[in-house]
Design a protein around this ligand. Structure first.
Ligand SMILES: NC(=O)c1ccc[n+]([C@@H]2O[C@H](COP(=O)([O-])OP(=O)(O)OC[C@H]3O[C@@H](n4cnc5c(N)ncnc54)[C@H](OP(=O)(O)O)[C@@H]3O)[C@@H](O)[C@H]2O)c1
Length: 368
């Protein structure tokens, strides 16, 4: 087996590397990185492993021969610089994952990714290709909870262009590469690490933190929010990629309707982590426009920030949160894969670790 991990420097990809580092699969793994040369790619991967607090003796296991230099915007060059004919398994994390209006989203997430995957399927004898999608790609009109493999309408509306690119590439792979041994893995919202909290990345955690600090947001206290931790997500992706046989070719990596935590539960856990009182008693659900009236309090409540940028970001994430979507994970359960721990069980760890940075510093991860 030779396992290729793309997006190896990212939040999910880094967690996959960290989970692999102490296993025998590590030596059979290769990592795709955007970098000018092997030396700088090696530095980037070492920094990624350090972000996940992988022991230095394990970081030393990284060998330059494991590195594949690759930019999905220029897929042909990847094959000119590396021999990928031995790759048998893939965890395809690489993508522009942003809610911003990045001008290259379609070029990288759809066109470049497709050319890379099509060429890889030609040169390598693939036995499993795990494509990391996003559960949110079904669009806001999907039924609740979202059934697995629910087919979104071709003209499904998307709140941000990113989710549109994620469904487009999946459909293109299914339509145009029918022989690709494709397994689609769609994580829901990935927040924090069960042991490290937000230290590897505070991606999306800053929204929960802001809700508690503002004591007002667009969700109800007892709404369930489908969140999974990055370490569980990484272990599950590895499991799906390396099990000799699978029962399904589609998985939601989600807490699901029964295990998703409510904001009331999160509020208590986060308060414990911060050493403060829960805010549930004073919390108020407000419409999106209600956030406009709070803009004057942002600096006082959220710390140093640009209130205008913060307002736009909170409204955007509030729109997703207000959809109140959970995602069924029957295929995962049927496969016998350990379900994720509820967010409320590790939100305390996230809250304690998040105090080291400001909300504005944390949100940068989500607006590349
Ligand atoms: N985080 C979540 O909540 C979540 C939820 C559902 C699904 N997902 C999916 O999980 C995957 C990873 O997301 P993430 O949260 O880990 O995002 P991330 O931290 O931004 O990582 C993205 C990775 O993709 C790489 N990448 C971006 N553009 C590239 C390009 N042109 N060529 C090669 N590599 C490129 C990045 O490399 P650089 O370091 O060089 O930028 C990075 O390694 C994505 O497919 C995303 O859609 C994430």
């Amino acid at each position: 087996m030779q396992l290729l991990v793309t997006g190896a420097t990212g939040f999910l990809g880094g967690a996959v590397l960290a989970e692999l580092a102490a296993t025998p699969t590590w030596d059979a793994a290769r990592f795709m990185v955007r970098a000018a040369d092997l030396a700088s790619a090696q530095v980037r991967l070492r920094e990624t492993l350090a972000r996940f607090e992988v022991a230095p003796e394990l970081v030393k296991r990284l060998h330059p021969r494991q590195i594949v230099l690759g930019d999905l915007a220029d897929p042909d060059t990847i094959f000119e610089r590396a021999d990928l004919s031995g790759v048998t398994h893939v965890i395809n994390n690489g993508a522009l994952a942003t809610f911003g209006n990045h001008p290259r989203l379609w070029e990288i997430n759809v066109e470049g990714s497709f050319r890379f995957i099509a060429r890889l399927a030609e040169v390598a004898r693939l036995s499993r290709f795990v494509h990391v999608g996003t559960a949110m790609c079904v669009g806001p009109d999907a039924p609740r909870p979202v059934p697995e493999d629910w087919p979104p309408a071709p003209d499904a509306h998307h709140l941000v262009p990113y989710t549109g690119t994620k469904i487009a590439i999946e459909e293109k792979l299914q339509r145009e590469l029918p022989h690709l041994p494709l397994v689609r893995a769609r994580p829901t919202i990935v927040v924090g690490h069960t042991r490290l909290g937000t230290r590897p990345s505070a991606s999306i955690y800053w929204v929960f933190r802001s809700v508690q600090l503002l004591e007002k947001f667009m969700i109800a206290l007892d709404d369930r929010i489908d969140v999974v931790p990055v370490d569980w997500t990484a272990r599950t992706l590895i499991e799906i990629a390396t099990r000799p046989t699978l029962k399904h070719d589609f998985y939601h990596l989600s807490a699901g309707p029964d295990m998703a935590s409510t904001f009331r539960e999160l509020d208590s856990a986060m308060a414990r982590g911060r050493g403060t009182e829960p805010r549930a008693a004073v919390y108020e659900r407000i419409p999106a426009e209600g956030l406009d009236a709070l803009i004057g309090t942002f600096r006082e409540r959220l710390g140093p920030c640009s209130p205008r940028i913060m307002l736009r970001a909170l409204k955007l994430y509030g729109m997703f949160a207000a959809l109140n979507m959970t995602f069924r994970n029957d295929n995962l359960r049927d496969e016998g894969i350990q379900p994720p721990p509820p967010f409320a069980s590790y939100a305390e760890v996230c809250a304690a670790s998040a105090e080291a940075s400001t909300v504005a510093e944390q949100m940068v991860a989500d607006f590349k």
